[in-house]
Every structure is written in C-alpha cells, then in structure tokens.
Design a protein around this ligand. Structure first.
Ligand code: AMP
Length: 196
C-alpha cells in the first residue's frame, strides 16, 4: 500500500498517520519528523534545515528530496509507505511522480484530512512545538494554501477526503472505512483487528 496523507497543520495528521501506519503495517514516513530527529541529534542535515523550520519555511527541495529518496529506498518502505508531509510543492510533486514511475510504483490513495481553521489554530496552540510561534504557524498555513493544496489536482482520482473532527479513534475509523470502500483494504474490521 502506497499512500500520501495531506492536511493542514493541526488537523491531527501526524497522530492519524501513526495509527494508520500501525493498522496497515506500512512505515510512516514523515518528513517533518525526520527533520526534527536530525535537528535534535545535531546532524549536518538538521543544522541545514533548522533555519527554515524555525521560520515555518520549506527546507530547500534538493535537501528534502535527497532525504525522501534515501528513506524510501530502505527495505521496509520498498513494499509500501504512508508518506506524511511530502510532497509540499509542485516541484517536489513532479520529482516524486518521476521517482514512482522509475520504480514502476503507483500510489493507491491520497488521504486528505479536513478541519475548519478555528479548530486547527486551537489544536496548534495546545501542541506547543518549538516551531509553533505565531509567525511560523501563519507562514506554514499560507504555504499550505498556496503551494500544497493545489497539488491535490494532480492526484484528483486518488483523493479521499476525511473529516478530521472528532475523537482520534473515530477519525481513524473513518479513514479505514474510506479505504475499505475503495477496496484498498479488506473491510475495516480486518485492518482494525489487531488494534486493542
Ligand atoms: P511538519 O512536521 O510537517 O509541520 O514539518 C515541519 C517543518 O519541516 C516544516 O515547517 C518545514 O520547515 C520542514 N518540512 C517538512 N516537510 C517538508 C517538505 N516536504 N519540504 C520542505 N520542508 C519540509
């Protein structure tokens, strides 16, 4: 299973992706998490990314692409992945399509978590991440609207919209049901069976 997950910051994307990764047994590849892990251990990649992340700007494409290519080449991700936070702009999307073509891989679905702005802002303030300053939050939201949302056009026939409002488990069940409806998983119950 090869999936992308899109959603504005604060929509619960990371939480839902982590649960879904466990339910579907595919690795959760989050570019934000990989950058943060590099930042906290002080790798050269982390140091390069820091100034962009602090401002809520995108890390330059060349750096991000190399990181994604490396991660997706690891054995666990060759058979499937849930990619979270990538692609984020048109040039990343074009590069990513070429990468998939080259590997003769196809995306199964593109999940899109939706939530109203008031809820998003409230959730972000609760999250308290280092890059959750007012300036960085609004910059990320602007980039999401200007650069990331238009990408959904590229994936039109694969997009599955899911309402992100509700309890964590409830939203997860919506995602699993939606994948079940598209016959991407064998009914929701098969996938949730090992969750307890
Ligand atoms: P996130 O956890 O997805 O909100 O990402 C946190 C930060 O990591 C972003 O504000 C960017 O600075 C950087 N980042 C994550 N994904 C990407 C990407 N696909 N392209 C460029 N920068 C990214």
């Amino acid at each position: 299973m090869r999936l992308l997950i899109f959603g504005p910051q604060g929509a619960g994307k990371g939480t839902q992706a982590a649960l879904l990764s466990n339910n579907l047994q595919v690795p959760h590849v989050s570019t934000g998490d990989i950058f943060r892990a590099n930042l906290s251990t002080g790798t050269p990649l982390g140091l390069q990314a820091k100034k962009y992340m602090d401002r809520g700007e995108l890390v330059p494409d060349a750096i991000t692409r190399a990181m994604v290519a490396d991660r997706l080449a690891e054995a666990d991700a060759v058979v499937g992945f849930l990619l979270d936070g990538f692609p984020r702009n048109i040039s990343q999307a074009i590069w990513f399509n070429a990468l998939l073509d080259e590997r003769r891989h196809e995306l199964d679905a593109v999940l899109m978590l939706v939530a109203p702005d008031e809820v998003l802002i409230e959730r972000m303030l609760l999250r308290g991440r280092a890059d959750d300053t007012t300036a960085a939050i609004s910059r990320r939201l602007a980039i999401y609207h200007e650069e990331t949302l238009p990408l959904l056009d590229l994936y039109r026939d694969k997009v599955i919209e899911v309402d992100g409002i509700g309890e964590i488990e409830e939203v997860q069940d919506r995602i699993l049901s939606a994948l079940g409806h598209r016959e991407l998983i064998r009914g929701k119950s098969a996938a949730v069976g090992h969750r307890a």
